[in-house]
Design a protein around this ligand. Sequence first.
Ligand code: PT1
Length: 285
Amino acid sequence: MMDNASRTSLACGRHRLDLSFPRVMGILNVTPDSFSDGGRHLVLDDALRHAGQMLAEGAAIIDIGGESTRPGADPVSPQQELDRVAPVVEALVRELDALVSVDTSNPDVMREVASLGAGMINDVRALERECAMEAALGTGLPVCLMHRQGEPRDMQQAPRYDEPVEEAVVEFLESRLAACAAAGLRRERLLLDPGFGFGKTVEHNLRLLNRMDRLEGFGLPLLVGMSRKSMIGKVLARPVEERLWGGLAMTALAVDRGARILRVHDVGPNVDAVNMTWAVLKEGC
Ligand code: PT1
């Protein structure tokens, strides 16, 4: 049986992540649109500056992604993904000593970034890709397992579930936990994520946020990503650049419902929302 201390902190390579209170993960995209400046060092400079700012604003983790998994996105080749992500991981580890998580489903990327000092694997495909389980196991790093239905390219084309969405999420995560256990990936290394916006209607997403308590039974840290997503856009009729305030409401509710890592674009405002919500829940600062 795990003691309380090991349950509330996570060994992430050279870092130990204290999860006795909710933490913010800052999103750093290195997908082509962020490459508009061309040259590699410009991209690196930009990534370092952005990550440094997120850390200064209170991010505990920087999540680097080289493949967009947003609805409608096309897949990228493994080599392309590695070329985008590896130099950024290396720079953030060397220059900022940051706790870096890498948003990838690709086994080669997992192995490579682990050797460069990444501290966590964030796989929206929950280690379902061929060889991903073995690769993740070999890194020794914690892994976030996320629920999704379908693939990014078409997952938002009329998603439907035969049962309440939270039951589908729980069943899926149970089966992935069983697969991890069978492969020898220890439970202490796992985090869970309901996967907001991955094959879900607005109603599914809203219901899932209300029923997050169903996931607390797993006894594993919960990660959520809702920042700037279309669910907020649809409820409020706001374009992507005007979704911060709605997102802060979601952050506060997610913390109340047990989320321990909030994956967001706007770190400073979300850190305040998290800390304020936590103060209310704890009745102290
Ligand atoms: C997430 C997540 C992620 N989301 C984790 N990793 C994205 N662990 C990427 C929209 O509806 O929630 N958890 N990595 C981004 N994916 C989306 C999905 C972006 C939906 C936008 C939407 O707008």
